[in-house]
Ligand binder design. Sequence first.
Ligand code: S3P
Length: 171
Amino acid sequence: MKNIILIGFMGVGKGSVAREVIKHSHYIAIDTDDLIESMENKTIKKVFAEDGEEHFRSLERKISQWLEKSVKNTLISTGGGFYKQKNIKDIGVIVLLDSPFDKIIKRIKTHPNAAKKLKKRPLLADLDEAKKLYDERLPEYKALADIVIDVTNKSALECAKELLKKVKKHV
Ligand code: S3P
């Protein structure tokens, strides 16, 4: 069984979908941002603020090499920029969670923990810049994806079920 790698823009719901997938399958999930926070013993926000984005990206690189060599049969949720890792295709089946930018922002803003969700993501501090990043990344996300799930107006459970159904053909 291959790994499943969840990619997609910040706030699209990768974590929520991963939690539903593990409830409804035998997969165990890991998250690249969680790994970085444990490695550095600080939040992603602090890594960006104290050590800079370049350091953060170098940690993503280290994780991508470890994933390729050592991780099997796992659902891997990733930070929104992790897809740039050169070996991503060698890690597993790539599933893109897709939704228009305004829907993603609405999803974050209407979440009960909205302030926290925005605060922990340095690249969402300026929404005009975030929109530019989204427009730049969307075609790259789509080009990489083996499977695309449109998550707009769907619950995490619905997305997880769709993922498990579609992924059967690839693992
Ligand atoms: C980033 C997305 C974040 C986190 C970091 C950088 C990005 O993860 O990895 O703030 O470059 O898009 P989420 O996609 O889980 O918000």
